[in-house]
Design a protein around this ligand. Structure first.
Ligand code: E4P
Length: 219
């Protein structure tokens, strides 16, 4: 399973890269706005830092023509750009044209299996079902991912599934058990994946036993 960070923060990306566990990055307009920098400069910094791993950058136009224009400009920035397109009729129209041009796309804001099916048929490289936002409203985000995994398996689609809007380590575990291709997560969740109190306790015990031996040997 590939791990992506859902962030536009350069320090978080750098830390995860040094851990050696990062396979890509997803952003959205909210995450870019949070960094407060000129998007044109910030996009380039992220793309360079993460290269050659994929980085999803989202269009803001709502009509197909505008999305296609933005997508072509974004994809010219670097060959690791994936263009994030919202799940609308115009978005799907844009994905059909862009996939024929060889531009990689990530169809975002997926909340039903049928939306994922349409995106895959249009040739999307990735689809992003949002788990957390569904859970927040009382639906079942993991179930959505499960159904998309099953449908893509039935028809052997090449489109990869990025489980998104990840809120917890439990989300990561549950979709990993389903065999999802990718999970994109906030840095906070990635950090939590390291943790267990018994790990900390074990380290403490090994340390004190080792120190006791050193003392006994007079070292
Ligand atoms: C997907 O790629 C989105 O950027 C993201 O996962 C949205 O998550 P949120 O619901 O935490 O904003």
């Amino acid at each position: 399973m590939k791990i992506y960070l859902d962030t536009a923060n350069l320090q978080e990306i750098e830390t995860a890269l040094k851990w050696g566990v990062l396979d890509g990055v997803t952003t959205n307009p909210t995450l870019i706005a949070r960094e407060g920098r000129d998007p044109d400069i910030h996009f380039k910094d992220i793309l360079k830092l993460v290269y050659p791993r994929p980085v999803s950058l989202e269009v803001v136009s709502e009509d197909a023509e505008g999305m296609i224009k933005e997508a072509r400009e974004l994809s010219n920035l670097s060959d690791n750009v994936v263009v994030k397109i919202p799940m609308t009729p115009d978005g799907i129209k844009a994905v059909t044209i862009l996939s024929n041009e060889g531009i990689k796309t990530n169809v975002t804001l997926i909340f039903t299996p049928m939306q994922a099916l349409l995106a895959a048929k249009a040739g999307a490289t990735y689809v992003s079902p949002f788990m957390g936002r569904l859970d927040d409203r009382g639906w079942d985000g993991v179930k959505l991912v499960e159904e998309i995994v099953d449908i893509f398996w039935n028809y052997d689609f090449d489109t990869e599934i990025i489980a998104a809007s990840t809120r917890s380590v439990r989300h990561v575990k549950e979709v990993a058990l389903l065999g999802v291709d990718i999970v994109t997560m906030p840095f906070k969740v990635l950090k939590q994946m390291f943790n267990h109190p018994l790990t900390d306790e074990g380290i403490e015990r090994f340390k004190s036993d080792w120190q006791a031996l050193q003392q006994k040997l007079g070292k």
